[in-house]
Write a protein that binds this ligand. Structure first.
Ligand code: NAD
Length: 318
């Protein structure tokens, strides 16, 4: 069994680290947020105070961090992963970042004689809990095979995508498609409702018809249809508007670099920006359904309850 450092124990990292513990590994975790660290500790993760402590003698290191700037800081800082990783460890970043940041990780690791694999994931918090995530791996073939073994307890599918940055390239294209399909599902849900359909009946129809999508099956934005959907929990995030905006923005940026035309992704990006401007960056990205509603209200979403909750601080991690 391996010793694994896990940096970033948020919505995704906490259940992922828990599955590594359940598989028999020793997992040493770090998170700046004490509530996130406590939730991971409850799953058997040994919480330590620094990246250096987590990495001492580790066979592998996984990161699950919000944005590219966090990844660059956690890998490249004086107290960071590159400064403390044992030469024999395999380093894997599961965060969604831009292709340039991922290649920067690969290059910086190679310069120091370290092994890095880009290992972004798909499947959401439900997939993380169910250890059915899809891992998209990018790097040298031998390194990718080492990474494949480590990620197995968290994965439903592990796909070797190619060289350095290939995993993240696949992830950005995939998530761009996701946010376009969130928009489609959102508009469909509101139209069905205003046409007088029972939401559950419409969902049953779409699920076995041409309107089906992963978003529809997992994130339907109407209460009491899909068990784990944010619509059942006042749109508390399973995947926040801020993170969705980041992913969609990175895909649009990649479109600018490659010259690919992305009108639908730009529209999805504009809707996410609109929610952020309204102060909803911390809510679930399926709140875009609100923008389809004729009067801006959305069943399952109570902004007043939200304001009351934010007046009385609550832990961000259950
Ligand atoms: P999150 O914000 O819930 O978790 C990130 C964690 O990193 C937080 O707990 C934060 O405190 C911690 N952190 C930030 N800086 C740190 C540092 N310097 N040292 C230690 N910990 C630090 O985000 P998430 O939803 O778990 O997503 C993590 C990554 O996975 C993101 O890149 C996201 O785009 C990607 N992702 C998320 C989902 C999803 O459905 N939530 C799905 C696939 C991929």
């Amino acid at each position: 069994m391996a010793t694994i450092a896990f940096i970033g124990l948020g919505h995704m990292g906490e259940p992922m680290a828990g599955h590594l513990v359940a598989a028999g590994h020793t997992v040493r975790g770090v998170d700046l947020n004490p509530a996130a660290a406590a939730a991971a500790a409850a799953r058997g993760v040994e919480i330590v105070g620094s990246v250096a402590e987590a990495l001492a003698g580790a066979d592998a290191c996984l990161t699950s961090l919000p944005k590219p700037e966090h990844v660059r800081a956690v890998y490249g800082g004086d107290d960071g992963i590159f400064a403390h990783a044992p030469a024999s460890a395999v380093l894997m970043d599961t965060s969604t970042v831009d292709v340039e940041t991922s290649r920067w990780c690969h290059d910086a690791a190679t310069e120091r004689g370290l092994t890095f694999v880009d290992a972004p994931i798909s499947g959401g918090t439900a997939g993380a809990e169910a250890h059915s995530l899809t891992f998209m791996l990018g790097g040298r073939p031998d390194d990718v095979e080492r990474a494949r073994e480590i990620v197995a307890p968290m994965a439903g599918n592990v796909i070797a995508c190619g060289d350095a940055g290939a995993g993240i390239a696949a992830k950005l294209a995939n998530n761009m498609m996701l946010f376009i399909s969130v928009m489609a599902m959102s508009e469909g849900s509101q139209l069905a409702e205003r046409l007088g359909l029972d939401p559950r009946v419409f969902w049953e129809v779409a699920r076995v018809s041409s309107g089906d999508s992963w978003a529809l099956r997992t994130w339907y934005p109407v209460p009491d249809v899909v068990e784990r959907a944010a619509a059942n929990n006042n749109f508390e995030p399973t995947f926040s508007v801020d993170l969705a905006r980041k992913d969609c923005g990175l895909a649009v940026q990649a479109g600018d670099v490659t010259g690919v035309h992305l009108p639908a992704a730009r529209l999805a990006l504009a809707q996410l920006d609109e929610l952020i401007a309204e102060g909803y960056g911390g809510k679930d990205c399926t709140l875009v359904a609100k923008l389809a509603s004729p009067d801006g209200t959305l069943r399952g979403f109570d902004p007043a309850a939200d304001a009351a909750a934010s007046a009385a601080p609550v832990p961000t991690h259950a």
